[in-house]
Ligand binder design. Sequence first.
Ligand code: NAG
Length: 255
Amino acid sequence: MKAFSALTSLALVAVSQAHTIFQKISIDGVEQGQLRGVRAPDGPYSTYPIQDLTDPNMACNTGIVYKDDIVHQITAGSTVGAWWGHVIGGPQWPVDPDNPISPGHKGPISVYLAKVDDAVTADGNGLQWFKIAHDGLIDVPNGKWAVDTMIENKGWNYFKVPSCVAPGNYLLRVELLALHSAYAAGGAQFFMECAQVNIVSNGTHTGAPYTTFPGAYYPEHPGILINIYDQYGQPTNAKKEYTIPGPEPISCPSD
Ligand SMILES: *[C@@H]1O[C@H](CO)[C@@H](O)[C@H](O)[C@H]1NC(C)=O
């Protein structure tokens, strides 16, 4: 019996390991439906973060079980929301302090696009990505991170699709980087999913120069190998600026 309880506790610890899944979008404030047009994994063991930056699944994650043929029509210039939950549907238990994510999992959120011929059939691997938005340590004096805003917004992370992005089908990759263990090499935790979108636009910006996943990040980047704790053990980055990994988001003359 004793062995059994020990095992049970271990199992509970394992499944309640804090993770988070991007699983719904909104466009200009209109929610587009749970798991519609978003490729998402499921199950406590398939939603772990990616920590190996050379992982071939860095683009759109692994263990995808939710995938449909919906392509969201997004007019360039729109404000899009990405909704994160601890597990599929949000909370794992009736009262789940780790929904939408463990509040200790501080870090930036970055948004990328990759042009594809067909967002439904496109393979996430081998694409050319560019960044359209990111937030990191958004309030340096108060140690407030993009993750804190997402928790305040009950799982929603909002960003603008730049007005000059060229039209067409894209995969929209939203990535949350949790830095609570990033003080040790390989400790940074990457969570990401991809949505299927068609951008309606008169723009011509194709996003070059591009980056790749894997490939965009390296282990010693100051935003990836970093101790975010101050002398009091608080995740404030000691009130210093934080450098978000990856390229700068594209900018449009008119935005
Ligand atoms: C593209 O340009 C046309 C003509 O000026 C305009 O009617 C349309 O609203 C524009 N579309 C977008 C997405 O900006």
